[in-house]
Structures are given as C-alpha cells and as structure tokens.
Ligand binder design. Structure first.
Ligand SMILES: [Ca+2]
Ligand SMILES: [Ca+2]
Ligand SMILES: [Ca+2]
Length: 266
C-alpha cells in the first residue's frame, strides 16, 4: 500500500459506515499499511480463499483484442502507440483532426488491423510541402513492407489531398506500422479492394503534361539513378507495367515505347 492511504483508510461512503461492514486488512505492507486498523486474524485466513468465493471460475483478465477493419476510415490521431516525441494533434481540413510535427524515422502503430484477404491499395488524406514516404509495415517498424505511399507535395501544410498507392497481398489481422521518412500532416487512412490502375492515357507521363516523350524518359532515368524522386501520380504513372514498383523493367518498357517498338503499355 502506498503512502497515499491515510491512517483512517476506510471512510464512510454514501452513509455506509465501514465499522458496520465486514472489512478487514490482512498482511498489508508498505508506507500506507497500518497494523492498528482492523486486521483479519490468521486463524480466519482459511475461510477466505479464492476458491470459496469464485468456485471454479478463473477470470481471464487477458483482454480479447478488438480488431479494426482495414477498410474503415482509420483516424491517425487514434493511433495505439508511437516512437515520436514531437508528434502533436492538429486541426485539419473540414474541422477534422490529424497529426503534425512528424519527422523522419517516426512511426505510428495501429494494432489489430484486419486486412481480410482483399486489400489492394492504401489511401490517405495528407498535406505537405515535401516528398516524404509513408512506409506500410507489418508488426514492427522494420517488418514486412506491404507498400509505400510516395507522397507528392500538396502545395501547403493546410492543403489536404487524398493520395494512394498499391500494396502487396496481405491477409488476416496484423499490427500496422506507418513509418515516415519525412514531415507530413496526416488526417486518416484506409485500405481498399480497388487496384490502382492509372488510365492508359496517363501511363508513362511522369510530369503531368499529358504527353509521353523524352522528358518523361529522362525523369524516369533520374529517378532510377536516385538523382530525383518521383512521387504521387507521377510515380504511379512511371509504373508502366502496373506491378506496384518502378524499376528497370518499366525503364525497358518506356524505352521500347519511345523507340516505337511497342505502341502502348498494355
Ligand atoms: Ca483524423
Ligand atoms: Ca510527360
Ligand atoms: Ca513496374
């Protein structure tokens, strides 16, 4: 018993006098313990067993985890835990709430997210002037990477836009870790069964000028070399074979397209 227990210990509650109740103390220790209060005699101990009061009932105090569907809108401010010491709750678009002051290396944990078996994409409402990644990992900050939202600048910290990315197959209930590589304000996220398939007209257009030409090829090359980074729809459009990754295969296909060896990306 801590020191916060007064010497009186028992008080009158709603007119109920503790002296008229069967209340005893037994083998209490610590700064709040006081052997001068009414004590249970050791000879009576055998009358007060757990079995006598609970019979065969063994209360299971392990809480059954409450799962949350990945397909609901999950508010980031309701995260279960974080490693961030800077993160703060902020006001967002439409009187919403979200999280800000996120920095590189921070992560948020959402426990017991049920992905069922059909989750194919991730979508989030974000605002940033940078180009951070939001890595989606399972069960630890370095766990299986199921997808990466390469956030494009929204043009302002209060300019909230929905951005989406494809994810790899994930099934069942997992703890979801959102791992941030840079600063972003974020309001909510959700998963969807919809695959992200850019319309044929935009595939290969990496600068949003609605043309696929040498400029796009140069942007892809620059991305592959790590000189610049494609984000948002420019990144999605660079994935010309729509397999969720931008890599040498897309580069080869782009080259064939520009050399007129192929006439479409399908
Ligand atoms: Ca929110
Ligand atoms: Ca273009
Ligand atoms: Ca690809």
């Amino acid at each position: 018993m801590g020191a916060h227990i007064s010497d009186d210990a028992w008080g009158t509650i709603n007119g109920l006098d503790p002296a008229k109740c069967d209340m005893f103390e037994y083998k209490n220790t610590g700064p709040g313990a006081n052997p001068n209060r009414r004590q249970l005699a050791p000879s009576q101990e055998s009358n007060y067993t757990v079995a006598k009061y609970l019979g065969g009932w063994n209360p299971d105090i392990t809480e059954t985890p409450i799962t949350k569907s990945a397909f609901n809108k999950l508010e980031v401010e309701n995260y279960d835990s974080t490693n961030s010491s800077t993160i703060v709750t902020i006001g967002t678009a439409n009187n919403g709430k979200g999280l800000g002051s996120i920095s590189a290396g921070d992560y948020l944990v959402f426990k017991n997210i049920d992905f069922k078996s059909e989750a194919a994409s991730f979508k989030s409402l974000v605002a940033t002037t940078g180009t951070p990644n939001i890595e989606l990992r399972l069960n630890s900050p370095t766990g299986t990477l199921i997808g990466t939202l390469k956030v494009a600048s929204t043009g302002g910290w209060n300019e909230y836009k929905e951005q989406a990315c494809s994810i790899n197959t994930v099934t069942g209930v997992n703890d979801l870790y959102l791992v941030f590589t840079g600063a972003v304000n974020i309001d909510w996220f959700t998963f969807s069964t919809e695959k992200i398939t850019p319309s044929a007209g935009t595939l290969g257009d990496l600068n949003g000028d609605e043309k696929v030409d040498a400029i796009d090829f140069a942007l892809l090359k620059s991305h592959m070399l790590g000189i610049t980074t494609l984000t948002g729809t420019n990144y999605t459009n660079a994935d010309v074979n729509i397999d969720g990754e931008v890599n040498a295969i897309d580069y080869a296909i782009m080259k064939q397209y520009l050399l007129n060896i192929i006439s479409s990306f399908n």
